[in-house]
Write a protein that binds this ligand. Structure first.
Ligand code: PSU
Ligand code: MN
Length: 306
């Protein structure tokens, strides 16, 4: 078996990378498991347009008929979005089996990083990353995303972590694993729907150049591993912390009551929060993704100039 049997990079993405033009990777679990249809498809297509309008090439990543595909087509985005949670959520442990069986799969932060790295893409923008769940000292529910950030040299631009997680433990875990957590224009870790969490990031950087250089220095030293860039949701879309935290608490309570575990937990919580908030959290989610892809595009452009 050869790499080409498992990995496909679209012509547009391949050509951009070969010519040192900026490329931004995007995940597909956010499409199939993170948002409802048809908003998920509309958002995924708008995200690609924003990246192009700002001068880079988008590379939405998914497993399509047994190939880890870097740069899926608009039709494939529509297909994954419509199929929703019927598409398997693919983390590191799922890749071998899904690919060898010729299946489809939605890539999480973990597998999007893996595919981006195999293709040679350094910057990946999304909404939120997985982390250490509340009560993880009992459940051991710690997202594979954190291990991947420790291992794979791809920068992940996100809006911080949702408080479905234990943010404090998530930062501790990342510290242990040597993953830098950068606040973009902020000293605090943003909490996805809100700009603050009361927790400090490792470094505050204020320009795309600074972020790009920090990542390049890390890689030049051979340290490997990724970087988490936490970009706060724009002020006008941020939510009232008391309100959203109450909804998150309710969602977690329901999740525990139903005995939902493992890989189902995060998609269940995301869906429940959207239902409890009557869609206002979905709008915030969409806007913060747009904000992150804009920043990711600027960082990717800086990396190409180095
Ligand atoms: N958090 C979000 N939105 C998401 C996810 C997490 O706010 O869409 C998705 C991402 O694909 C992430 C995955 O990589 O969930 C983490 O799942 P788990 O917690 O099962 O590792
Ligand atoms: Mn988990």
């Amino acid at each position: 078996m050869k790499l080409e049997d498992c990995l496909f990079v679209s012509k547009e993405v391949r050509e951009a990378l070969d010519n040192n033009r900026p490329v931004v990777a995007l995940e597909s679990t956010i499409i199939s498991h993170g948002m409802p249809y048809p908003k998920n498809v509309e958002t995924a297509l708008s995200v690609e347009k924003i990246i192009r309008d700002n001068g880079a090439v988008p590379a939405t990543i998914a497993i399509i008929k047994g190939k880890l595909t870097v740069g899926i087509s608009p039709d494939e985005i529509e297909y994954l979005g419509k199929k929703g949670t019927a598409v398997p959520k693919a983390s590191r442990r799922d890749l071998g089996s899904l690919i060898s069986r010729g299946d489809d799969g939605a890539t999480t932060v973990t597998t999007t990083m893996i595919a981006a790295h195999l293709a040679g893409i350094k910057v990946f923008a999304t909404g939120g990353v997985g982390g250490v769940h509340r009560n993880a000292e009992v459940t051991m529910d710690i997202s594979a995303d954190l291990e991947e950030l420790a291992k794979t040299p791809v920068m992940v631009v996100c809006a911080g972590c949702k408080s479905i997680l234990d943010l404090k433990l998530t930062l501790e875990y990342l510290e242990t694993k040597g993953v830098p957590v950068i606040g973009y224009g902020t000293d605090e870790l943003p909490a996805f729907y809100t700009r603050t969490s009361g927790l400090k990031v490792d470094y505050r950087l204020d320009t795309p150049e600074e972020v790009a250089n920090s990542f390049l220095a890390q890689q030049t030293l051979g340290l490997g591993g990724g970087m988490l860039v936490a970009n706060p949701i724009p002020e006008q879309y941020s939510m009232d912390p008391d309100y959203i935290n109450k909804m998150i608490d309710e969602a977690i309570e329901e999740c525990d009551k139903l005995g939902i575990k493992g890989k189902e937990t995060t998609p269940f919580l995301l869906d429940k929060i959207q239902k409890l908030t009557g869609g206002s959290s979905l709008e915030a989610n969409i806007q913060l993704v747009y904000n992150n892809v804009k920043l990711g595009t600027e960082i990717a452009k800086c990396m190409c100039r180095q």
